[in-house]
Design a protein around this ligand. Sequence first.
Ligand SMILES: Cc1ncc(COP(=O)(O)O)c(C=O)c1O
Length: 445
Amino acid sequence: MTGPTTRPMTRQTTMLNAYTPGAGHLSPQDEALAKRRAAALGPAYRLFYETPVHLVRGEGVHLYAPNGTAYLDCYNNVASVGHCHPRVVEAMARQAATLATNTRYLHDGILDYAERLLTHFPPDLSHVMFTCTGSEANDLALRIARAATGGTGIIVTDNAYHGVTLATAEMSMSIGPAVAPGPTVFPIPAPSAENYPNGIAAGFAQAVSDACDRMAAQGIKPALLIIDTIFSSDGVYPDPTGFLAPAAAAIRARGGLFLADEVQPGFGRTGSNFWGFQRHGLVPDMVSMGKPMGNGYPLAGLVLQPQTIAHFGAKARYFNTFGGNAVAAAVGLAVLDVVQDEGLQQNAAIVGAAFAEGLRSLAQRHDALGETRAAGLFLGQTILGNGQPDPARTARLVNGLRDHHVLVSSTGPKGDSVKIRPPLTFSLANVDQVLTTLDQVLKTL
Ligand SMILES: Cc1ncc(COP(=O)(O)O)c(C=O)c1O
């Protein structure tokens, strides 16, 4: 297992889905745009795909290029209720035209939204604090965990991503070796059958206990086990359901807290449940969320058990200029309305199951398709070459699909799996289009 100051070596061989300047087949206009971007935004930004996609408009599950070409979006879990959903746009515009101010005034909007959001949680999770990004929510969770436990030790998975602030970047192993893990960050292997051949639930919980032992050996007290409950950047590990409960018990037994990071799987995406943690039959101490929460508007938050925030709340004040502002609350409410009124969680269950089944049946004809891991409309598909996970082939497939106007990306520490998470409005016809295109592209690999 990796110690607190080392990155897993696998990170150095990751195939990123990224444009290399000078490569790809860009039109002269797009080449000029890429150059302008590099000049204005500097060197840290990346574009997806060998040949970047230039977009001007989004609607439903489609994104459109300047010449009108439609791309089928199988990757955007921010525009979860569909790109530019009219009800969300209308709620945003109406509130922006009425009152756009912060949380230091009495206003119904934030409370209508908070109370409605909390109906999606077990009763013990009864407070919500608003932020603008998932990073801020996780950063805040860390501050609260430190206050509640008196500890500083953090456990994350080997290829986790939890955000861009200093604290969250230092616990985001997937950023790569350029950002050193924080001195109190202890990574553990992701919950794959390969990493835990004797059983994922017991093995993963043991890894948590072992990490606590390593902390103790350095005089560090545990504060937090933070888990993206779908393991999105680790490669997508939804099963077996229930395997996370012993890990949550293990951190609590050592005095730490369990934070479910729902930025990726939250808001109905996994189909069977509204939140990823519910698939594991546990109640977290804190739950962070973001991305789909505002369908594109920067809206994120942290839901907590009251005793978790008691210490922090007694001493610290919390104010976030934009987090939970009146427009954010209106948008968040509209998103929840759409998820409910359009039956999107149920759609994710039905369409996601058909998607996974379609991939598995395609695998009978294409030996490049390895394991399919899926929960609702969150899918990870291992790509093989000569029977082994093959990052280069995965990259060729991702780019081949892009050239056929189907947008996906790759995931996992080596980039050997395709990650698929379309808007929740995805239809069975959309799935057919992906599978037909995949069949074509696989023949060319
Ligand atoms: C699991 C997870 N947590 C946290 C974050 C950070 O969210 P944000 O980009 O809104 O800061 C992300 C972003 O990709 C994420 O995937």
